[in-house]
Design a protein. Sequence first.
Length: 226
Amino acid sequence: MAVLALAACSSGSDDKGKDTGSPAAKVTPAQRLAQSKQVMDKAASMHLTLSSQGVPSKANGVLGGEGVGTHAPAFKGNLKAQLAGIQADVPVVAANNKVWAKLPIWPNMRIIQPKDYGAPDPAILFSTDRGLSSLMVKTTNPAFGEEKRDGSDVVRLIKGKVAGQDVTAVLAIGDAAVQYDATYAVTAKNEMRTMTLTGKFYNDATSTYTLRLDKYGETVDIKPPA
């Protein structure tokens, strides 16, 4: 099936207007993103891996991380933060509209305000109306890109633009006055596998954040720290 899908992608049909990767249905890029949002919003949980490129060495912000989230919304995992040029792995729990973190200088977890550290509330990333899935349907001029293999999946790329005000509302960093380049990789099951955002997150520097989503629907239990 993967070979047939890849052959269809290179058949010379109008990739930008229709999805040639699925012979059962011809959909537009915007429709494919909307379908993917529905799948994400219905999943009981997701596993998130965050990575970055081009973040200035003196910027305060999140460089990467890994964890699980639900639509409560809630999150539990570890974030790699950069503060005053120093990098640290920070355990984080976000639930009940509060965020707990354990910085290296602290003996235990404490409630923090993520914006003080150039970071978003990680639970909000999994909100159905304010999180990552909301960016997909706010993408302007989406167009199909190539198909490629991602592990055991064949994913279809969709590229477009996202307004800065929408990006900053979710990630709590960036410039609300500019646009960001967005690239999404969607599986045949309409699972959003990766979301990549590129633009001026820190002054004039061009940085890229890639959010990888997998393990849809696994049972997770996220509770505030005792």
